[in-house]
Design a protein around this ligand. Sequence first.
Ligand code: ZN
Length: 390
Amino acid sequence: MTEEELKQFKAALSITTVAMDLGLPVVRGRCRCFFPTRHAHGDRTPSVSFSEERGTFRCWVCDDVRGDVISLVQFVKNCSFLEALNWLKETYGFLLRGAKPQVQNRISTTSSASASTMPNRAPASNVSLEQSAALVAKTAVRDAALEYRSPEPAKELVSEDERKKIILSFLKMLSPVDKTPAAAYLARRRIYKPIWDKMLLRTITDYGALNNKLKETYDLEVLKYVGLFSEKGNLRYYKHPLFFPYLDTKRRSFYFQARAIDSTVVPKELNLRGTVPFPYNVSALDERPGWVYLCEGVVDTLTFLGQRIAAIGIPGVRSFKTEWLPLFKNKSVVLCLDKDEAGRSGTEYLQTVFANANIRTVVLGDGVDQFGKLSMKEGEDINDWFGGKK
Ligand SMILES: [Zn+2]
């Protein structure tokens, strides 16, 4: 395995998933230290935290307990680097570049009739290892732009239930988008009122008033802890006034993405701190047999919903979590990532992950669906294709 291949393999691994597979009870990105005797009360309040974005872990007390996914295996299994790497390769070999997706074997044993409906396609691009490592790096940068990075507070200030209640009440303080700049932004992208209402899109109309109301209602430290407020003590969404709540199957929401409507703002999106609980519009994963379109980002997902097409969204091309796979029961997936290098690299990754779970995928534009003639141009996304204006 070359250094680049190793980098790529590590980038494809979810450190939280690996931790759980190693038997560590990770709750809200934390678990107890591997050296409980070094801590007061045997580290009753977990001190080791995981960063899914960076692929690292660290103990807030023990200086030497930190590292990447390989060191994690070394710590837990008390083994060498090579032994740890071998264990990872055995356990997650399907993520290795060049690994044969299981679905290919499955296709070869099915009848030719059903096999003929599967697009017989070559990998999205034939690129050298060096090139693909560069793709992965680019993808990582793109996903990083989505992430909200701040030092995690060491102590749990409010319970998980309390945290959810605060997020819910925050979202209730926001306004519907009708007749606001957010509405104009959405309309330019050909996303209209039925979808605003269906997905409970919200916006901030008076930042100052909302900022004050929150400070009057909650303790400032709590507002920072749940991720709504910056370290400086203000509501984080000054430049990101359009809110996409992640509705669960009961249409409640404890997670959201905020979007800038001014195209000069970077990053375009801010995710709430913490783990993305499930894909956007998870209700489309209803266990009824059928196709679901998987898009990059909320805007593309809403674009499909406007066309009455069942779609779900992931925040970034590498943010798909393998623990979501059971949600895809009875579904086949049309992959609709952006037509660019990062999108292609993400598509290859998702093809492998779904194939390993025996979930059928096709790439949008490769045939089989009503968009058989679709061809997105280089650099386009779904919203562009449907005629949305940037
Ligand atoms: Zn420790």
